[in-house]
Design a protein around this ligand. Structure first.
Ligand code: ATP
Ligand code: MG
Length: 397
């Protein structure tokens, strides 16, 4: 049986070419998300996308489309002719297939939207006609226009009408890959995957950059980061992961620099390496999972000192978020369970007993004097490996 889903998108403020680019990209992303369902088709209809399915696969397709950035809501719809009888029977089917409360009669209302002004009845007349037919066919139902259990929507369009009872929220945001590419400093922690997700939600294509310190950090710590990249790819379509071997840099810092500044200098080195990778790859910005005030390296003074090594914008989508909000979001996007696996991070094995919380730029520069910065950066970049993760690899159901 052929079935349909209407997908709606927002960002109504977009105008002109931006809007058509948005729509084109969104349609492409929807088609990519539908690839596992061979009979599924997506086409643009005025201000919406109509998805046509060959078999009864509505639920898994809805689940998948709820992960497509740019979509604000989704409804399984019945597409019917412009004919009052067709509206009536479709509305009755909507009520019959709805979940109803126990212990009291279920209630409904009919809401009509008429974009086709040539249709002979106006919206209130159609609502009356259809509501009356529902009451006659299903005498256990009552009308409640204020708090109905089910709303039957009828959208009268130029060529046909859509009748439906469910509106499922979409994830919102901008279509994946509409904003250009940025480098996400991805640790194995809770925060940076959430930061990357928020960037993707606004259309950023992610290239993750991970620093690991084999043999101080294990192969499993690296696998954990790969899993996180794969989960993010399930949202954004694809994520490229650059793995930087950071052991030599850390060893050099420990050899040449004062312990209270280890963390500051390590972060400056991370950012320098990320900056270099960004330039090689044509990335327009860097992103981190930093928030304000969480730890020693996340004071404003510290951010300024660390940030000074790059001219690229460093986006910090979590800057105003509390840890509980970040954790809730990590659960929602599916990264939390992986993030809390107990494998060591290259930073945690390197924390001095007394890190400076407000390192000045001058202090950091002086402390770095003995460090062969350029050679270390060059060497780390040269040994960086790259791997790309695709959505299809994780979502094949
Ligand atoms: P997260 O949960 O993302 O690790 P955090 O609260 O633990 O964040 P830090 O460990 O201080 O904070 O790291 C701050 C940010 O620095 C991270 O969000 C991430 O963007 C970056 N970062 C830290 N460690 C690494 C790493 N090993 N590889 C890549 N980026 C890292
Ligand atoms: Mg961390």
């Amino acid at each position: 049986m052929v079935q349909h889903i209407v997908a709606r998108y927002g960002e109504m403020s977009l105008k002109g070419k931006n809007r058509s680019d948005f729509e084109r990209l969104l349609l492409r992303n929807i088609r990519a998300a539908l690839r596992p369902w061979q009979g599924a088709k997506a086409e643009r209809i005025a201000g919406r996308v109509l998805i046509t399915l060959e078999d009864e696969q509505v639920e898994p397709v809805l689940e998948r489309l709820r992960r497509v950035f740019g979509l604000t809501s989704l409804s399984p719809v019945e597409v019917v002719n412009l004919d009052l009888d067709a509206f009536r029977s479709a509305a009755i089917r909507v009520l019959q297939s709805s979940e109803t409360p126990t212990g009291r009669p279920p209630t409904f209302k009919v809401e009509v939207k008429r974009t086709n002004k040539r249709f002979p009845l106006n919206s209130p007349q159609v609502a009356d006609e259809v509501g009356g037919a529902c009451l006659r066919a299903l005498p256990q139902w009552r009308v409640d226009v204020h708090h109905p259990d089910v709303t039957v929507y009828i959208h009268i369009r130029d060529e046909e009408a859509h009748v439906y009872g469910r509106v499922v929220p979409g994830v919102g945001g901008m279509p994946a890959h509409s904003a250009g590419r940025a480098g996400l400093l991805l640790s194995g922690g809770i925060d940076s995957p959430v930061a990357g997700w928020l960037g993707m939600k606004r259309g950023v294509t992610l290239e993750a950059i991970h620093f690991h310190s084999f043999p101080f950090t294990s192969e499993r710590a690296l696998e954990k980061v790969e899993t996180l990249a794969q989960i993010l790819a399930g949202w954004g379509g694809r994520v490229t992961l650059h793995t930087v071997h950071f052991t030599d840099v850390q060893t050099a810092i420990r050899k040449h620099c004062p312990a209270p500044l280890y963390i500051t200098i390590m972060r400056r080195m991370m950012l320098r390496i990320a900056d270099r990778i960004a330039r090689q790859r044509g990335l327009l910005a860097l992103m981190t999972g930093e928030s304000l005030g969480q730890v020693a390296s996340q004071t404003l003074e510290s951010m300024r000192t660390i940030n000074a090594v790059t001219n690229l914008p460093v986006l910090r989508p979590l800057v105003g978020m509390d840890k509980v909000e970040i954790i809730r979001m990590a659960r929602e996007i599916g990264t939390y369970d992986t993030s809390i696996l107990p494998y060591e991070d290259c930073c945690t094995i390197f924390v001095p007993p007394n890190p400076r919380t407000k390192p000045s730029l001058e202090e950091a520069e002086a402390a770095e004097e003995p460090l062969p910065v350029d050679a270390l950066v060059e060497d780390a970049v040269a040994r960086t490996t790259m791997k790309t993760f695709h959505a299809e690899d994780s979502i094949a159901d």
